[in-house]
Design a protein around this ligand. Structure first.
Ligand code: URA
Length: 433
């Protein structure tokens, strides 16, 4: 086999075989295929797409390029959850404990944030002492003991994806559905879960800008799951405004704690409950949505979901007193209100712009090795559909240096105010399977 012939084959829109795809991925990881040929190949995929079978073969080859976690020592059906990312997306922090409190094991490997979307690990590290790097053995023991662990990657999972993503980033091939779908699914499959729930977001603050694109990505990933025998479902949700009110690491942890106490924002709570219910159904811990809903409601109202979060924090070395007393999280030096310049209704609230403000305050990374400031971020007071009076605060900015005018103006630009009443947007489009 020669790489150049396979590039030609894809360029002319033909379907590659399993052997040909494995030849490409194995050769690339072993550095027998150079970056320039891989770039040409991925550009051919970008323009010609891939069939569902090709995408599944690609995913499998990528997954096999590194270690695959064996979670068989954990009893029960392990359901993983993955969000395609957004602003204020702290869902794993609440959904994991809710599901664990319902008796379903949650063994989750999460990532760090880059750009305007925050990472679950960064958020958890705002709890003093919390360790995200624990051994695989300790990880498995912890899930068997308390049903819940959220950690960083322990082994060399999916090296093909690391190399390909870095190359896609500089060759204009990030935005290709088969490449995104195989990238996400190969990592999830390598992480060893029995079933996967995806939260595919669409909108201004998300990777996919439209509902239609989010659905195509979700369907592509579900098809990969079907080909590879992994039960996969996808919730399609709106990221045209931030999720919940808090954006920023410690601020989002506090919001997740409030949500576990049953006092969270309505949109965030709705999404967490929906996802937790779907995970219970996938884990066969409930036989109907109604039964799953009752279990989820009970996990929250009984305090067991909060207790599960606290147990995880303690097991991973964190100071669990912060969970009962969130006021202990150190505050940023400044809390600055952003008063509305006019009265009216919030018509639009640009998630991306607000995510970038939080990142520029120090809450996110522009580059991989940037250090995160856990205290900074924004707490919104008004979201789409809300009425605001002139001078009323739109948001509180938490920052450690005085807020500069450019960032302040960015917040005003993110808020679009109109005189006409606005209906609140639909958060969940549905769950595909
Ligand atoms: N997230 C991933 O993990 N991979 C992509 O290609 C895009 C988003």
């Amino acid at each position: 086999m020669r790489m150049v012939d396979l590039i030609e084959k894809k360029k002319s829109g033909k379907e590659l075989t399993k052997e040909e795809i494995h030849y490409i991925i194995d050769g690339y990881v072993k550095e027998e295929i150079p970056d320039y040929q891989m770039s040409a190949f991925m550009m051919a995929v970008y323009f010609q797409g891939m069939t569902s079978l090709e995408t599944a073969h690609l995913t499998y080859a990528m997954m096999q390029s590194g270690d695959v976690l064996d979670l068989s020592k954990i009893k029960g059906i392990k359901v993983d959850k993955h969000s395609t990312g957004g602003v204020g997306d702290k869902t794993s922090l609440a959904v994991g404990p809710i599901v664990a409190a319902c008796g379903v094991p949650v063994a989750k490997m999460s990532g760090r944030g880059l750009g305007h979307t925050g990472g679950t690990l960064d958020k958890l590290e705002s709890i003093p002492g919390f360790k995200v790097n624990i051994s695989e053995e300790a990880f498995i023991d912890q899930v068997n003991d308390i049903k819940l662990a959220i950690i960083g990657q322990t082994r060399a999972l999916d090296p093909a994806d690391k190399k390909m993503y870095a190359l896609r980033d500089v060759t204009g091939t990030v935005n290709s559905i088969p490449l995104i779908a195989s990238s996400i699914m190969s990592k999830k499959l390598a992480a060893g879960a029995d079933a996967i729930l995806l939260d595919v977001k669409y909108g201004d603050g998300a990777f996919m800008k439209t509902t239609a694109d989010a659905k195509v990505l979700a369907e592509t990933m579900i098809a990969i799951g079907k080909h590879l025998g992994k039960n996969t479902k996808a919730t399609i949700s709106n990221m045209n405004q931030p999720l919940g009110y808090a954006i920023g690491n410690a601020l989002e942890v506090i919001e997740a704690i409030n949500t576990l106490k049953g006092q969270g924002p309505e949109d965030f709570t709705t999404l967490c409950k929906e996802e937790a219910e779907t995970m219970l159904l996938m884990a066969k811990a409930a036989s109907s949505r109604e039964e799953a809903r009752a279990k989820v409601e009970d996990a929250i109202s009984s305090g067991q979901a909060l207790a599960a979060f606290k147990a995880m924090v303690k097991a991973q070395g964190g100071d669990e007193t912060y969970i009962d007393h969130p006021e202990k999280f150190p505050k940023a030096n400044y809390q600055i209100e952003i008063p509305a310049r006019e009265s009216g209704y919030v018509e639009d609230l640009e998630a991306l712009r607000l995510g970038l403000v939080s990142m520029k305050l120090g809450g996110g990374r522009a580059r991989k090795d940037d250090v995160i400031d856990h205290q900074v971020g924004l707490v919104l007071h008004k979201k789409i559909g809300d009425h605001v009076e002139k001078s009323e605060s739109l948001a509180t900015v938490h920052c450690n240096v005085p807020l500069n005018d450019a960032l302040k103006e960015d917040i005003y630009k993110a808020y679009h105010i109109t005189s006409e009443p606005v209906t609140k947007p639909q958060l969940i489009e549905g769950t595909l399977e």
